[in-house]
Ligand binder design. Sequence first.
Ligand SMILES: Nc1ncnc2c1ncn2[C@@H]1O[C@H](COP(=O)(O)OP(=O)(O)O)[C@@H](O)[C@H]1O
Ligand SMILES: [Mg+2]
Length: 239
Amino acid sequence: MPTSAADPLLAVRGLSTGYGKINVLSGIDLTVGAGEIVALLGPNGAGKSTLLKAISGLLPRTGTIHFGGKDMSRGDPRDAVNAGLVHVVEGHRVFTQLSVTDNLMLAGYGMSAAERTRRVEEALGYFPEIAAKRNDKAVTLSGGQQQMLAVAQGLVRRPRLLMLDEPSAGLSPVLVDRVLTTAAQLREAGTSVLLVEQLIDKALKLADRVYALARGSIVLEANTKEPDLHNRLERAYFG
Ligand SMILES: Nc1ncnc2c1ncn2[C@@H]1O[C@H](COP(=O)(O)OP(=O)(O)O)[C@@H](O)[C@H]1O
Ligand SMILES: [Mg+2]
């Protein structure tokens, strides 16, 4: 079934997941529209990373996941990536002993050499800071630059939806803005972003809509234009 304007790009319904016998999330409903930035907020341990892992197929889950009009409820991480659903996991994991370019080339597995090269250049176009260090080992990059590299690896797949798990963790304020600006640029290009972020004000400024997760459930869903959102969020977290 093709996606019509009314259908969200990602539609999660009644999702439950956890680790082994430990249930973490129950009955999660969440949507992301085409070209939309959606923030996913919540206190530490609320299950934000768990939700992203369940959506991308890194964790077993029940419920349904539709992406681009296709039923991906039983898909694995490779199915997700191939469909254009790309997850940049927490903690900027890059191959420190490989060069910037080689890290990006690896992200282009399965593509022709020419296509990989094209995609790597495209991804580097978002981050002049690391393009200038393309031949250096990733270990020589700053934490912020490694985070940019992790995001760039995701971009090599030309995602329709990019899920970013705390891309700003551990970064200086300037670098936080730099990394978050990329999300806005992606939206301009028609890419959707699902952003997990601890910096509530920055997330609300950037995103179109917001979900808050607490105690294993979605406790708030709102348009970021709605008034008094910061206070409502804090009440929802602790309520
Ligand atoms: N690998 C794991 N095994 C067991 N429990 C886990 C694992 N990872 C996370 N958890 C638990 O799942 C819950 C949600 O964690 P997480 O999704 O990382 O929260 P958040 O990203 O919102 O901080 C927490 O109670 C955490 O202890
Ligand atoms: Mg997390």
